[in-house]
Design a protein around this ligand. Structure first.
Ligand code: C2O
Ligand code: CU
Ligand code: CU
Length: 483
């Protein structure tokens, strides 16, 4: 125990001394347990109990012990297990009822990020589950096939609880996704990748908020985990694989590519399929965002390895072994997106993301659970302009100096509950092809302006916030009510 406390102090010092540079890539653990030693685990599918047309799922939020490093047990949180959670897979039209039981010694909530459900089923800060208590979310799935996810959303406790291990995938299928001739066998050629970073000591202890920098930028780790395992490997055949990537990190923004720059096809964004696959060799993903890509390993021969990386950070390794005959293709068309007509917009609103660290706000305000910030009308179409700046408007003191010190690591993104939106423009220019699909979270670079169009299909109270979780917990969140 003493040793662990000493470690914590050493790491605090390391973090503090790293404060002046912009090092998104500290990699203290390289020598300890990386080298793609571990096999990628696949989160199990959660089996429902079918009862009178309703699929009943059960999640238990629990504390457990987990070994990030073999032989080193540490306390973690998970759903139905010590870390992360099972994948919930539903089909459009399905009536689901998810019972969540809180076995933690602190309160939590479970939010279905990317699922379109009424406000009282959303699992935001209003649907608190006290220790020992249960909460049931019931809704009918009515949205196109997509990769969504679930995670806690308590006021001021989200970041720490996610960091402790609470996150799981929520996959929606529909007739279209089942009909498309793409890889779709879960865990076989349709592979979920929950990418997160943690600051682990050499004994595998996840440290949290050990320096001022962690508050400013949000918590950045020194170790990459995929599905809870440090830089793992996954064995593939020389065929096509669909990778469903979730950035489940508290604050880190990734720029994913293969180390040999091999291209891949982006087929879906947060809210579902793009109209056509988009050929790329990199993709930027900020916290909360998802992307589905198809990677084709056919150009590699047996025994070759290719790495998924983010700049100079290793994420995981694919090891090519054998080849199977396959039917999966890269379809020319994936779906039809019914775009809202901007002229149907009833109202435009502005969301200004600003500040950093403790001094963060949206439109100059910090989250107040007793205040509704925006009122919307059910079924209305609206256009939103989102801007981002790390300076605080009208507060000269938080200016350039601090920003230069933190460098490009301080970013904001914007996530809204209860809606999906389409990006109309980024800095006045139409979005790139891979940003033309449904989104619920969008990254903004410093001083960028993004315009989106959305429609309110569900009633209730919903959150909008920066998905850098430390920013969210520091109040970079607001509420809207759809009447
Ligand atoms: Cu994934 Cu309001 O959050
Ligand atoms: Cu959400
Ligand atoms: Cu932010």
């Amino acid at each position: 125990m003493n040793k662990k406390i000493i470690m914590a102090l050493i790491f605090t010092a390391l973090t503090a001394s790293a404060c002046s540079g912009s090092d998104n890539s500290i990699s203290i653990l390289d020598t300890v347990d990386s080298a793609f030693k571990n096999k990628l685990p696949i989160p199990p599918l959660l089996e429902p109990v079918e009862e009178k047309n309703i699929s009943r799922y059960t999640l238990e939020v629990q504390q457990g012990t987990y070994e990030f490093i073999k032989g080193e047990k540490v306390y973690t949180y998970g759903y139905n297990g010590p870390l992360l959670g099972p994948t919930i897979k539903v089909k459009r039209g399905e009536k689901v009822s998810i019972e969540v039981r809180n076995s933690l010694r602190e309160y939590t909530t479970v939010h279905w990020h990317g699922m379109l459900v009424p406000g009282d089923m959303d699992g935001g800060p209003h649907q608190v589950i006290s220790p020992g208590k249960k909460w049931t979310a019931s809704f009918t799935v009515n949205q196109p096939a997509a990769t969504a996810w679930y995670h806690p959303h308590g006021l001021g406790t989200t970041a720490r609880q996610v960091y402790m291990g609470l996150a799981g995938l929520f996959i929606v299928e529909d007739e279209n996704s089942e009909k498309l001739n793409i890889p779709k066998e879960y865990g076989v050629n349709d592979i979920p990748l929950i990418v997160q970073d943690k600051r682990l000591t050499t004994e595998g202890v996840p440290l949290y908020l050990t320096g001022m920098r962690d508050i400013m930028t949000g918590m950045l780790g020194n170790t990459i985990l995929v599905n809870g395992v440090i830089t793992p490997h996954f064995t593939v055949t020389g065929n096509k694989y669909r990778l469903r990537i979730l950035n489940g990190s508290n604050a880190r923004v990734y720029n994913f590519s293969f180390n040999d720059n091999n291209f891949f096809y982006v087929i879906a964004t947060d809210g579902g399929f793009l109209e056509k696959p988009v050929k790329r060799n990199n993709i930027i993903l900020s916290p909360g965002e998802r992307i589905e890509i198809i990677a084709d390993f056919s150009k590699y021969s047996d025994g070759e390895n290719v790495k998924l990386v983010s700049g100079n950070i290793d994420i995981m390794e694919f090891r090519v072994n054998g080849k199977e005959k396959e039917t999966a293709i890269i379809p020319e068309r994936l779906t039809t997106i019914e775009r809202y007509d901007p002229s149907a917009s009833k109202r435009s609103r502005l969301f200004q993301l600003e500040g950093m660290g403790h001094m963060v706000a949206i439109n100059g305000k910090r989250m107040n659970i007793n205040r509704i910030d925006e009122y919307m009308n059910y079924q209305d179409t609206e256009t939103w302009t989102i801007t981002s700046s790390t300076a605080m408007h009208g507060r000269g003191m938080m200016g350039g100096g601090m920003m230069r010190m933190m460098g490009p690591d301080v970013l904001h993104n914007f996530h809204a509950h209860g809606v999906h939106f389409l990006i109309l423009s980024r800095n006045g220019i139409p979005p790139e092809d891979h940003e033309k699909g449904w989104k619920d979270t969008v990254l903004l670079n410093e001083n960028e302006e993004v315009k989106v169009i959305t429609r309110f299909l569900y009633r209730g109270i919903f959150m909008y916030h920066c998905h850098i979780l430390e920013h969210e917990d520091n109040g970079m969140m607001g509420q809207f009510k759809v009447k």
